[in-house]
Design a protein around this ligand. Structure first.
Ligand code: ADP
Length: 478
């Protein structure tokens, strides 16, 4: 069965909620209006009958001032003057004058009241006639000779029903119109909001199909052809798309770095292999005597050593990469570890170069001892490798504020300012000529050091002046 899309689900929910809301509020509105209208029609009946009662007057004779429009009825030896303001039918309300024998004297009524019912509606009551419901109200007149007379008023309940009927008719039109507007509005909003999701989907597919990591999701906001990283003015889905783009950026970077690494590693390995092969060919074809063979074998041995060092460094990197996120640290005595590495390395120092140590005792921290040995070993090896005319390497371990600082300082050749930003890159060597003098240099040492520092949630700092020397510091929090 085909699953309903999220877009569709939101729209169905949105429209259904809208219809329920409109129908619900109309029903409540209808119910309240009915009560209010009933009440108001009863009040209007009371008011009309009461004001009509003011328009009737008894006169003993018709002499005197007389208005042409007034109506006159002979009554009780005199006349009843009914003013022309008397409303016998107004806005659905009937009013009529009735005598004490229930005879209709003036006006007309939609329903006749029997004698037993007559004069019992001194408060508004209801009666039914021919299936129609009426409100009825009777008021006895008061004043000179008027006591035997009553005003009787009727109004059909339909008067209020009509207003309600109009309301219902309006709602019947309004509900579908509102529902349609909600549907169209909801469709436009959800369609626009979900556009980046479709783009994320197709970009991810394209990347998967074509393995082209340069593809990005178009979420607008281009700046000189590049997508801006500014998230202001973007909704949640556009932010999600941007997060995907940033993830693609990082994937592309690390993919390119991997590619570069593999190509550099192959290149570095090819050199010793070519030299080995050339020496084998030479020895087999041209070598004469033991000395010639020895020379070729020596060259082969050197290159095999070089390849072996490179392979072990590559292997170490591979293991470091595998460790990402799941390194297990022990609580170690860093002072002891640093002292022991210095003691081991000192033996290998060339003549004329001294190793000075300033190690604060009992500095404990959580770390991987092997990795720390490797980090320090690399820094000391570099200090000796690039000592030039210098003669001193100093290793310092101390605690400063919240951090542990381990630094290796030398008074060697130093590093050019332009090279400073690149020395941490894999296979970077500041000067190719140095490479030749140091056979087992591949430009991997410092990137390894940086990686180890990162694994310990620490960082590396370097200060260097060409001709004066360099100082590399590992800063470990805690
Ligand atoms: P490698 O030593 O194998 O070339 P590294 O990654 O250890 O590779 O170092 C990268 C570059 O940084 C080196 O080629 C060198 O030029 C420079 N460098 C590292 N340490 C020092 C140092 N103590 N003094 C001068 N230059 C250094």
């Amino acid at each position: 069965m085909k699953r309903i899309s999220i877009k569709m689900k939101i729209m169905i929910w949105f429209t259904a909620a809208m219809i329920i809301m409109v129908v619900g509020t109309s029903a409540v509105n209808f119910f309240i209006s009915r009560q209010v209208l009933d009440q108001s029609i009863q009040e209007r009946l009371l008011d009309t009958v009461s004001s009509n009662a003011q328009e009737i007057e008894y006169r003993s004779s018709v002499s005197g001032e007389r208005e042409a429009q007034d109506f006159f009825l002979s009554y009780n030896g005199g006349v009843l003057e009914i003013d022309d303001d008397f409303l016998n039918y107004s806005e659905g309300i009937y009013t009529a004058l009735v005598d004490s024998d229930n005879n209709l004297l003036y006006g007309e009524l939609p329903v006749r009241l029997d004698s037993d019912e007559a004069f019992s509606y001194t408060a508004v009551g209801t009666i039914k006639s021919d299936g129609e419901k009426f409100y009825v109200y009777e008021k006895q007149l008061s004043g000179n000779n008027l006591e035997g007379l009553w005003l009787r008023g009727f109004v059909s309940e339909r008067e209020s029903a009509n207003v309600l009927y109009n309301m219902v008719r309006l709602s019947v039109w309004l509900i579908p119109v509102i529902a349609a507007a909600a549907l169209v509005g909801g469709y436009v909003i959800t369609r626009r909001s979900f556009l980046p999701i479709g783009a994320i989907d197709s970009a991810a597919r394209e990347i998967a199909d074509s393995r082209d990591l340069t593809k990005r999701i178009d979420i607008g906001g281009h700046d000189n052809g590049h997508m801006t990283k500014d998230r202001s003015g973007k909704d949640e889905i556009q932010n999600l798309a941007q997060t995907f783009n940033e993830m693609f950026d990082r994937l592309e970077d690390s993919f390119n770095a991997e590619k570069q690494f593999t190509s550099d590693a192959s290149h570095e390995l090819r050199t010793p292999l070519s030299v080995i092969k050339a020496n084998c060919q030479y020895a087999l074809k041209f070598a004469e005597g033991e000395d010639d063979f020895r020379e070729s074998l020596k060259a082969i041995e050197d290159q095999a050593d070089r390849a072996s060092v490179l392979l072990s460094q590559l292997l170490f990197f591979a293991r470091l990469d595998q460790k990402q996120g799941r390194v297990h640290f022990d609580f170690i005595d860093l002072s002891k570890t640093v002292s022991s590495v210095c003691a081991d390395r000192k033996i290998l120092f060339p003549c004329g170069v001294s190793l000075k140590t300033k190690i604060s005792p009992e500095i404990f921290c959580k770390a991987d001892e092997n990795l720390i040995e490797r980090l320090l070993g690399n820094l000391i090896d570099n200090a000796v490798k690039y000592i030039g005319k210098g003669d001193r390497v100093t290793v310092t371990l101390s605690r400063q504020d919240e951090n542990i600082r381990l630094s290796v300082e030398d008074n060697g050749i130093g590093i050019d300012p332009e090279a400073m930003g690149k020395i941490w890159n894999r296979f970077y060597m500041a000067d190719e000529s140095r490479h030749e003098t140091h056979e087992n240099s591949f430009g991997l040492g410092l990137s390894m050091v940086k990686e180890i520092a990162r694994l310990h949630k620490g960082r590396m700092e370097v200060e260097s002046t060409p001709g004066i020397g360099s100082c590399f510091t590992f800063i470990l929090p805690g």
